[in-house]
Design a protein around this ligand. Structure first.
Ligand SMILES: [Zn+2]
Length: 310
């Protein structure tokens, strides 16, 4: 998620401040926008971003008092949506007392509306059941198609906020989409040999990523999204992995690797830490590097399993 601020004097200088905030934002397509200038480029200032990084769980960002001031000054706030940030963002918006970015106002934008959303629940789901994905899976930016769609949505919104720069934002989006088209060919090629493989993941962060590359997520280390592993669930999972010959576990960087490592040992496999977001490691500074990193690791693990006779 992110924020865009254009102070009056910034407007005069044709510059809008773009804030990206929390773990979610670094993970979100917005980080790509910010780093790569998808839509904003040099007419949007990202210096006032709300701290946070991809090594943090975007469900549970710890809001700092300084965030309120940043939201207070924003002209546009971009959230991931689907309640990903429900634990920390709504109070921040309320406390900012900034009418421009309240939900429903023109300066509030949820990226999820532009994306293909997976795992939409059929019936009613309660968060008290431990489901922190009550409206469908909010980790949608891990498919470049969704990144592209959200980037376009952001570019359009920026043009609304700054109509005089509409052509500029449209051009920035076009550049981004062109670079993405080239990059994703490489990612698809690297993952192509592993289509149809099954993996287990810690949290349900990867349905879009998996779908994109033809990987099947067969189980989770968490019994339910947001619920820590339990011995009985872990035991059942090991049984399932053995029977289905699943030996790779994808783990998000903010979870303890003890349980996934021990599961991997039990099945003769490997737990690897993939990044759900930009900033998860220092060298992953934009949306493109995020996929470069994850694709390389994921393909590498499948290759090693193959050598060991999967
Ligand atoms: Zn989640």
């Amino acid at each position: 998620m992110g924020l865009i601020r254009s102070k009056r004097n910034s407007y005069e200088h044709h510059k809008t401040t773009f804030h990206v905030s929390g773990g979610a934002r670094r993970g979100g397509p917005h980080s790509r926008s910010r780093r790569q200038g998808t839509a904003q480029g040099d007419r949007v200032d990202g210096r006032h971003g709300i701290p946070g990084a991809g090594y943090q769980d975007s469900h549970f960002v710890e809001p700092k008092p300084s965030f309120i001031a940043k939201v207070h000054g924003a002209d546009l706030l971009i959230s991931v949506g689907l309640q990903l940030e429900i634990g920390w963002l709504p109070p921040l918006i309320t406390q900012s007392r900034n009418p421009r970015v309240q939900p429903g106002a023109p300066g509030y934008l949820e990226g999820s509306q532009f994306a293909e959303i997976l795992e939409k629940p059929a019936g009613g789901v309660s968060r008290s059941m431990g489901d922190i994905h009550p409206l469908g899976n909010p980790h949608f930016w891990l498919d470049p198609n969704n990144g592209r769609a959200v980037a376009q949505g952001i570019a359009n919104k920026l043009s609304e906020v700054r109509p005089e720069d509409a052509a500029y934002f449209a051009q920035r989006y076009k550049d981004f989409a062109a670079r993405l088209a080239v990059a994703e060919k490489g990612w698809d090629q690297k993952m192509a040999p592993f289509r149809g493989r099954k993996v287990v993941t810690f949290h349900q962060s990867w349905p879009n990523f998996a779908k994109r590359f033809g990987i099947e997520v067969a189980g989770y280390v968490e019994p339910k999204p947001g619920i820590p592993p339990t011995p009985s669930h872990t035991l059942a999972l090991i049984g399932q992995m053995k029977s289905q010959n699943i030996r790779v576990i994808w783990v998000e960087p903010y979870f303890d690797t003890k349980v996934p490592n021990s599961i991997a040992n039990s099945v003769g496999g490997e737990a690897i830490v993939l990044l759900p977001s930009v900033g998860g490691v220092p060298e992953v500074t934009d949306y493109f590097k995020l996929f470069d990193y994850d694709v390389k690791l994921a393909a590498g693990a499948f290759e090693r399993m193959e050598k060991h006779g999967t």
